[in-house]
Design a protein around this ligand. Sequence first.
Ligand code: NAP
Length: 366
Amino acid sequence: MHTVLVLGGYGNFGAYISRALAQDDNLRLLIAGRDEKKARRFAAEIGLPERQGIALDADVTSLARQLEAMAVNTVIHTAGPFQQQDYRVAQACIDAGCHYLDLADGRDFVAGIGKLDAAAHLAEVLVASGASSVPALSSAAVDYFLPEFSRLDSIRHAIVSGAKTPGLATLRAVLGYCGKPFMRLEKGLWKGVFGWQDLHRRRYPAPIGKRWLGNCDVPDLAVFAQRYPDVTTVTFHAGLGVPVAHLATWFFSWLVRWGIVNNMAEWAQSLHWISRRLEILGPQASAMHVELSGIDHQGRPLTRVWHILAGQHHGPHIPCGAAIALVRKLASGSVTERGAMPCVGLLTLDEYMGALVGLDIRQIHG
Ligand SMILES: NC(=O)c1ccc[n+]([C@@H]2O[C@H](COP(=O)([O-])OP(=O)(O)OC[C@H]3O[C@@H](n4cnc5c(N)ncnc54)[C@H](OP(=O)(O)O)[C@@H]3O)[C@@H](O)[C@H]2O)c1
């Protein structure tokens, strides 16, 4: 049995991951969070013994000892936001001799995880950060098309969500850079842009249609510039499912940029409440696309576009595919990589999609 502990296991994305992994006979699943009652209740809800729901705070100094005592083989850390976190959970996993995966979307957090590489190698464990839509899925899509390019010049990608409100940690993460400046690579130069600005619309394949988009600060902006050294442009945008929520976020970005509001993340709780009430106005469908441009092997310009489309509110399963697929690979012994790294090159597109079978989710390779 491979023991997997999902930290934040009854949270929004943690619950999707736990529900999927609870079906696997070769896994012993532990649902962890700071609230024991919620953990036990959720464990029972997904068919596990109640005792497999446990109280565990990511911040306790005894974390490594507790993981060791429970004989945990892999921790999936979903207890974000990661933007302001240090690497204490990953370090505790290394100390306890267990693998570590997280869903981090904090740019510096994911890009800097390599500082644990030597320790992770020594402990013979895998520490992978960003096991989620970005950069795990986005890089798998880039890698899928990469052999067709003799030179890859630009990667432009985006996610447009459906109406379902994500968890508080996600809202805190994405509001944290609302109206704040960050750098991205454009035509070979690092250019300053502002979170949730650059308002524009893009048409997605049916049934998605036209969606508003804005700038987001994600790990890919740093990680892709290193992983694909020819690339001179890497941009990432996101769009909220409810148009009025997207336009309000764009408006808030100006309040931050003008210095009227300090940090929109402080409003996350109230905006979470409002967003839940607006869900009725939003669509069930969501999507992600990755557009690559460059030169093919005959020296001709080449553009390839990959889409993943989800219906019936199944979009929130997509960020969970990486952790699910990687845990299954770790449990079966088919991941041999050790060390600490951003979660790129560890999963193919097919392996990622394998974790999402049975859902209303499809790809378009264009
Ligand atoms: N990289 C990507 O592409 C990507 C995509 C989607 C989401 N994400 C990230 O995924 C993370 C999770 O999002 P979510 O929507 O699932 O958030 P959420 O619903 O707020 O879930 C967070 C969970 O963590 C638990 N938690 C918080 N602090 C904790 C602590 N100190 N110790 C133990 N447990 C703790 C919470 O429960 P208690 O408060 O009861 O402890 C909750 O169950 C976010 O940071 C988001 O940015 C990344």
